[in-house]
Design a protein around this ligand. Structure first.
Ligand code: AGP
Length: 617
């Protein structure tokens, strides 16, 4: 989704803004632009394509100035071209604005502005917003801040904006509602961005703007920099300064060809971080602070409703199997986008779990707000610290996977499943639905999991070898049973999003009810077939595939000669507890998708049309 960076201070803004845009590239975008204040002018440069294309475009242009705003656009209103790219400027060129989100009533506002004689050059809602602010400012002869206040008070929709005026070379105004915005506080300088990645290099002191807040960031020629925050009701707010936990090395590839591969290989560490302080093998303890503090809510819960989107929804489905089996609590899993609009029945004794890597997904955030309005207790499982969903929930647990830059989620997924498993174990302990011995076994198996992931990662060269054979496959089927069925969905999603090969995930037994018609000698079928659960049933499913000459790629437990013998290709993973297989077996699926996409020459880290954090519905 769109990325915002802004800078006001004493340094040259251009290098900071361009670097910031590069850091935001992972979010997904199709054009980029920048505006810099220089000698009473707002220079605006924009380009369709990548940030590198924008850099080439401005190579011989004047990019000096100590205040500027920059943007990567993920097209919503109007095609991705130079004209629709941000920043957008007012008719007289006095104001420049960047925006993430959607102004839903932009057509109504536009009609009014046209009546007032305003003309428009783009198809965007953003141009309408900047013209609207400028219209209020000029017709009421008020300050830019007043105009922003009045305009945003009339806007319906979501926004994070940064705006500057050629009349004030020292001030940038930023605001948010529904879309994220972080302000970085440097030494006599301010940064603002959609997330902390463009900021962390310069400062660790940040303020997360809340919904309907407007911040005026001023760095005068002489005297001290100041930040003033008000909300739409004009109430002054005291900025809450927080310390960033991320480090710069998290945002670099560290010798790997792609972020995705780096993130796949980080999983032993991310899982250790996720479990750190939460399980103790010696004391046979499992605890999650979010649960300890609100134990009653969970123990009295009539049911748990899990909401999320994409990969996070898949993690929720794995969680459903684990929570129901270990903690014996009924669980329902819903796409957040469906949940929010179908007038769901929510009771005060429901616990809603919202899962989101970014913590900014618009549908999941809306589902959280709805659940809270209806009186449910909401627990968040987020990766990004301080994100909107993390703040909108009653309580929660961070996944501690560190920044995930590859658009295809990898380490965040395994960390989400890890938190859900810890949650199920903690509740099972409280409810005594697991015996002491069973719990001990689970805790030990969790503790050993990162080491087993390391073993699974050693299969990477072998996977890379055979993945080549499938470069030109057009369809894939992924099959799994029990808690490995959602993993089949996740494996298929990984492949389709980065290689553009059509892939579907199915519960293995469902194959007979339709997908079996697709199977022929061309069709690769990935089967998650660990030596656990209904093993003999999945062996029969594989035989059904082989009888139709399908090509079987199996994920098997070490030493399983039976499935090995039936498979065209197999990847061995170490033995573990049944409910930990989804975390472990996910690794070869991620690697398979990765290598196929690389052989196909796809942009693995930034797949076409996709955004890392979907901040619009
Ligand atoms: C995962 O590979 C996807 N890119 C996507 O499905 C993602 O999981 C989804 O958009 C939800 O994002 P969130 O976890 O940040 O809420």
């Amino acid at each position: 989704m769109c990325g915002i960076v802004a800078y006001v201070g004493k340094k040259q803004a251009y290098p900071i803004l361009i670097k910031g845009l590069h850091r935001l590239e992972y979010r997904g975008y199709d054009s980029a632009g920048i505006s810099l204040y220089n000698h009473n002018r707002l220079n605006v440069y924009k380009k369709r394509g990548k940030v590198a294309d924008l850099e080439a475009e401005v190579k011989d242009k004047d990019v000096s100035g100590t205040m500027g705003i920059a943007h990567t656009r993920w097209a919503t209103h109007g095609e991705p071209n130079q004209i629709n790219a941000h920043p957008h400027y007012s008719q007289n060129g006095d104001l420049a604005l960047i925006h993430n989100g959607i102004i839903e009533n932009f057509q109504t506002l536009k009609k009014e502005l046209v009546k007032q004689g305003r003309t428009f050059y783009s198809e965007t809602d953003t141009e309408v917003l900047v013209q609207f602010i400028d219209y209020i400012r000029t017709s009421n002869s008020c300050s830019l801040l007043d105009a922003v206040h009045q305009a945003l008070g009339q806007v319906i929709g979501a926004y994070a904006i940064a705006i500057m005026s050629k009349e004030d070379p020292h001030t940038i105004i930023v605001a948010r509602k529904g879309s994220p915005l972080v302000i970085g506080i440097g030494k006599n300088e301010f940064f603002a961005a959609s997330d902390a990645t463009p900021i962390v290099e310069y400062t660790k002191d940040v303020v997360y703007l809340e919904d309907e807040e407007i911040a005026v960031l001023t760095v005068p020629a002489k005297g001290k920099a100041k930040m003033e925050i008000t909300n739409l009701k004009n109430v002054r707010k005291v900025p809450m300064v927080k310390k960033l936990e991320m480090s710069l090395s998290n945002l670099e590839k560290g010798g790997y060809p792609h972020f995705m591969l780096k993130e796949i290989f980080e999983q032993p560490k991310t899982l250790r971080d996720c479990m750190s302080g939460r399980i103790n093998v010696d004391l046979n303890k499992v605890s999650l602070s979010g649960v300890i503090d609100h134990k009653d809510k969970f123990l009295k819960a009539r049911r748990i409703i899990i909401v999320g989107c994409g990969t996070s929804w898949h993690a929720g489905l794995v969680g459903e199997y684990i929570l129901e089996k270990l903690a014996r609590i009924p669980v329902e899993v819903e796409y957040a986008s469906e949940f929010r609009y179908r007038e769901p029945l929510i009771y005060p004794d429901d616990v809603v779990i919202a899962i989101s890597q970014s913590g900014e997904t618009a549908d999941t955030l809306a589902a959280v707000k709805l659940a809270r309005q209806q009186g449910a207790f909401v627990y968040g499982i987020c990766n990004v610290v301080g994100s909107s969903i993390a703040r909108a929930t009653n309580t929660g647990s961070y996944t501690h996977a560190g920044p995930e830059i590859g658009v295809a989620s990898t380490k965040a997924f395994t960390a989400q499943v890890c938190v859900l498993t810890l949650l199920a174990m903690a509740l099972a302990k409280e409810k005594k639905t697991l015996t002491k011995v069973q719990l001990e076994r689970m805790i030990r198996a969790m503790h050993e999991l990162p080491e087993k992931i390391e073993i699974a990662l050693k299969k990477n060269p072998g996977i890379a070898d055979f993945a080549k054979i499938f470069t030109y496959s057009r369809n894939f089927l992924y099959l799994g049973r029990g808690c490995n069925y959602p993993l089949a969905l996740e494996g298929a999603l990984k492949l389709k999003e980065i290689s553009y090969i059509h892939a579907e995930g199915y519960p293995a037994a469902e194959m007979k009810h339709g997908p079996i018609a697709l199977i022929d000698a061309e069709m690769p079928i990935v089967v998650i077939a660990p030596n656990k659960g209904n093993h003999e049933k999945i062996v029969s499913n594989i035989q059904e595939v082989k009888a139709r000459k399908g090509r079987v790629i199996s994920i098997i437990s070490e030493g399983d000669t039976e499935v090995k013998g039936l498979s065209d290709f197999y990847i061995e993973i170490p033995e573990t507890e049944e409910f930990l297989v989804p975390i472990l077996a996910c690794v070869p699926l991620q690697l398979l998708a990765y290598h196929i996409a690389v052989y196909k020459g796809c942009n693995v880290d930034q797949p076409r049309n996709l955004a890392k954090s979907v901040t619009v519905e």
